[in-house]
Write a protein that binds this ligand. Structure first.
Ligand SMILES: NC(=O)c1ccc[n+]([C@@H]2O[C@H](COP(=O)([O-])OP(=O)(O)OC[C@H]3O[C@@H](n4cnc5c(N)ncnc54)[C@H](OP(=O)(O)O)[C@@H]3O)[C@@H](O)[C@H]2O)c1
Length: 303
């Protein structure tokens, strides 16, 4: 039985990977900073304590692991907190590099890195740059690898779409949308991503490749809200809050304790994120993600 380690296995995406791997008969271990808290998640996995920001903790977690999925992100993202080491560069770029180094030393055979659309080691934006640097660590490791670059991922346990839906239900007449709503994305249901990642982890069809992964619909952020309104049966006007105004508020938010909002996070949430899934589909013919409307209706019917 293959032993797979999921770093970030307690997270939104990681939990879906853990369940998908277990369903396929793998023995799964989850790397977490807090095994006590993680054990309350009722995941079919054992928990190993480690922190990617403390490289000395990583070796025991990688012992006897065949394949490791790297799906770590700092708490509170995309709002960075540099004083607490919660930045894309610190956790995504340096943390991944530390994990890769420990994996090589431990004799891990294969790495699967969960990147993101737009990853580029030379990008000006720190999140694209961090993902690009992390990808380079994985490619240069000498181990077998697959890199998956998802577009925006949604599902019953996400934070972003559930916040949207709570707002749609709570605020009468209007829906406040950050920016002009024109950013284009290809929403991907978390279970469709998990199927792709699990198949790429356990088989060889994606080895050595970088696979973008998105849903079938190319939608503007306003389209996402309109579809959610239709599915919920609530029609409201979309009130665009100019990004400049939100950044003014962010200047104040950056001065108070807690990761409420930052100017960079405003850019993060209004940006484009369109995935070209052709390569993923050609290597994994079963990768046929559901439409956003269908995925949303399915999970709203359960809440
Ligand atoms: N969600 C999306 O729409 C989306 C789209 C594209 C790409 N991605 C990428 O997919 C990955 C997973 O995202 P997500 O939404 O699942 O994130 P998430 O729900 O916030 O989960 C983050 C995970 O990282 C772990 N973690 C945080 N700091 C750590 C540290 N210092 N050492 C070890 N583990 C640490 C957490 O585990 P513990 O708290 O248990 O330690 C948690 O399991 C990220 O790299 C993200 O950039 C996400």
């Amino acid at each position: 039985m293959t032993r797979v380690l999921v770093a970030g296995g307690t997270g939104f995406l990681g939990r879906a990977f853990v369940r998908g791997l277990h369903h396929r008969g793998s023995r799964v271990a989850v790397l977490t900073r807090n095994p006590g808290r993680a054990s309350r998640l009722a995941l079919p996995a054992e928990f190993v304590e480690a922190d990617v920001r403390r490289p000395g903790t990583l070796a025991p977690a990688l012992h006897a692991v065949d394949t490791a999925i790297l799906s770590v992100q700092f708490p509170g993202y995309p709002v960075e907190a540099p004083a607490r080491g919660r930045t894309f560069i610190e956790v995504d770029a340096r943390g991944t590099a530390a994990l890769v180094e420990a994996a090589v030393r431990a004799g891990v055979r294969k790495l699967v890195y969960v990147s993101g659309v737009g990853a580029d080691p030379h990008a000006a934006r720190s999140w694209y740059r961090a993902k690009g640097l992390a990808e380079a660590s994985v490619r240069d490791s000498g181990l077998d690898y697959v890199i998956v670059r998802p577009s925006w991922v949604y599902g019953p346990e996400d934070r972003s779409l559930n916040r949207f839906i709570a707002l749609l239900r709570a605020i009468p007449f209007v829906f406040p949308q950050l920016g002009d709503g024109s950013g284009r994305i290809t929403p991907l249901h978390v279970d469709d991503l998990a199927d792709l990642v699990c198949e790429a982890t356990l088989g060889a069809a994606g080895d050595g490749l970088t696979l973008e992964a998105g849903g079938p619909d190319v939608m503007s952020l306003d389209d996402v809200v309109r579809t959610a309104m239709t599915v919920l049966g609530r029609r409201k006007a979309i009130l665009h809050v100019p990004a400049g105004l939100a950044k003014l508020a962010a200047v104040v938010a950056e001065l108070v304790p807690g990761q409420i909002l930052s100017r960079d996070a405003v850019d993060f949430v209004i940006q484009d994120g369109v995935a070209d899934s052709d390569l993923a589909r050609s290597r994994f013919p079963a990768f046929r993600p559901r439409s956003f409307g269908a995925g949303l209706a399915e999970y709203l019917s359960r809440t």
